[in-house]
Design a protein around this ligand. Structure first.
Ligand SMILES: *[C@@H]1O[C@H](CO)[C@@H](O)[C@H](O)[C@H]1NC(C)=O
Ligand SMILES: *[C@@H]1O[C@H](CO)[C@@H](O)[C@H](O)[C@H]1NC(C)=O
Ligand SMILES: *[C@@H]1O[C@H](CO)[C@@H](O)[C@H](O)[C@H]1NC(C)=O
Ligand SMILES: *[C@@H]1O[C@H](CO)[C@@H](O)[C@H](O)[C@H]1NC(C)=O
Length: 174
């Protein structure tokens, strides 16, 4: 309270607005999933269980974190996923850093395996990618894209303007 009184209302408003922005932005931002969460891309993780209950939407990202000296990240088709065949990947996502980002930009099921024998130990994951969810039902009936756009504007531009105004006020008063 002492601190709040000292920095005054405009600065407080700026802080509150910034906090509000932080809460709102994730609704319109893609999610980047770390595959395997804290265990990363490694043996002894059941990726079927990891993926269960998650909704992967077109526009989200996968982040594979692993030991670059041992594993790799290969996108394969369903047949090769089931048989752990890494001889003809659809896409080799391995960059060499052990930190590979995969954009999920097609609505389909992606199949990833690690080559070098690790697929047989369970390093394989199927990721069903869904179309982006429709805008919230409370919005007026419009086309989906128009709804998303107004949603986006309402959430980003208005708070940004408020924040800018609040910061301006703070500068003038200081
Ligand atoms: C996957 O690729 C292999 C080799 O190119 C092919 O024989 C197989 O039919 C493909 N499977 C699917 C489901 O496309
Ligand atoms: C995948 O790409 C990496 C980096 O270019 C390369 O070192 C590796 O040999 C490739 N792996 C396969 C299976 O194509
Ligand atoms: C998806 O992303 C990949 C990698 O950035 C790119 O090569 C591909 O063209 C993209 N596909 C679509 C449909 O945007
Ligand atoms: C992962 O868990 C599922 C569900 O419990 C099970 O059916 C599957 O066999 C497990 N996979 C591995 C590689 O252990």
């Amino acid at each position: 309270m002492e601190g709040l009184r000292r920095i005054g209302w405009p600065a407080t408003a700026a802080v509150l607005t910034a906090a509000l922005l932080l809460v709102m932005v994730p609704q319109v931002t893609s999610i980047r999933y770390i595959v395997g969460s804290d265990k990363g891309w490694s043996p002894n993780v059941n990726y079927t269980i990891w993926a269960r209950g998650k909704h992967f939407y077109n526009g989200d990202w996968l982040f594979f974190v692993y030991d670059r000296n041992q594993m790799n990240v290969l996108e394969v088709n369903k047949t090769d996923f089931e048989s752990c065949n890494s001889d003809h990947p659809l896409h080799n996502w391995t960059t060499g850093a052990g930190r590979d980002v995969v954009p999920l930009n097609v609505t389909k099921t992606y199949y990833f395996i690690s080559g070098k024998g690790f697929c047989y130990g369970g390093m394989k994951v199927g990721i069903p990618v869904e179309n982006a969810p429709p805008p919230p039902a409370s919005l007026p009936e419009k086309s989906a894209s128009a709804g998303l756009l107004s949603n986006f504007r309402g959430q980003i531009f208005i708070p940004t303007l408020l924040a800018a105004a609040a910061i301006w006020d703070a500068c003038v008063l200081l």
